[in-house]
Design a protein around this ligand. Sequence first.
Ligand SMILES: Nc1ncnc2c1ncn2[C@@H]1O[C@H](COP(=O)(O)OP(=O)(O)O)[C@@H](O)[C@H]1O
Ligand SMILES: [Mg+2]
Length: 239
Amino acid sequence: METDRIVLSVSDVRYEIAGRLLLDGLDLSVGAGESVAITGPSGSGKSTLLMCLLGLVRPQGGRIVVAGVDITRLRERALNRHRRDHMGMVFQFGELLPELTPLENTALAALLSGVPRRTAYADAEELLTTLGVPLGGTPTAELSGGERQRTAVARALINRPSLVLADEPTGALDGSTRDEVARMLFSVPRQWGCGLVVVTHDPAIAGRSDRHLHLSRGRLNDAGTALPGTGSTAGGAIR
Ligand SMILES: Nc1ncnc2c1ncn2[C@@H]1O[C@H](COP(=O)(O)OP(=O)(O)O)[C@@H](O)[C@H]1O
Ligand SMILES: [Mg+2]
């Protein structure tokens, strides 16, 4: 596994909203080829953290370096370009365009990045095939939940990002589909060499990651692998 190249480096990030200090000196570092799962109580700021990493929310303090660039210092236009070129995002409900096919949804993300039409469609087709999404003319709205999330992952990957973020990507799926999508998602960093940060409330999903962190009181701590109350944890420290 290639983890020597750091694709995300968050240091001392502070974010306060509505009188609540959600992120309080938060640190996180993710290498290429590495997956990190983040769990935490509802309302602890997990989605807010991802919004900060995407540059959609600006923290009041700290640094967020994505693919070598501190995004907290970028102006709007450069930030949008950096996000488009280096980050992919998977949402809980896919957030795809329902009337477009998976191929169109995926290719669209490449077209918006200025990739020529033929290349965009060829890349999208290859990616969807690799991820196991049928290539018919079916609108995305009519696909199964699992196929929709696979399409969402394809869209996140189409521009070969350094960093993929996912917010409760399996939260709307049930049983076996959830496992199958989680397995596919966690294979992404090794296969595409990107870093992956997945927010989830499902310990089984988090257990598939290289590193499982827990957000509480505005900071990330090693969630460990020990049962509660045993007092010991396993796994690496936050780098
Ligand atoms: N723009 C905002 N204005 C006021 N409160 C907000 C705003 N954004 C987030 N919050 C609050 O911050 C807390 C954390 O939200 P969120 O990041 O969505 O948590 P999580 O994803 O861990 O459930 C919640 O209590 C939420 O209501
Ligand atoms: Mg959330």
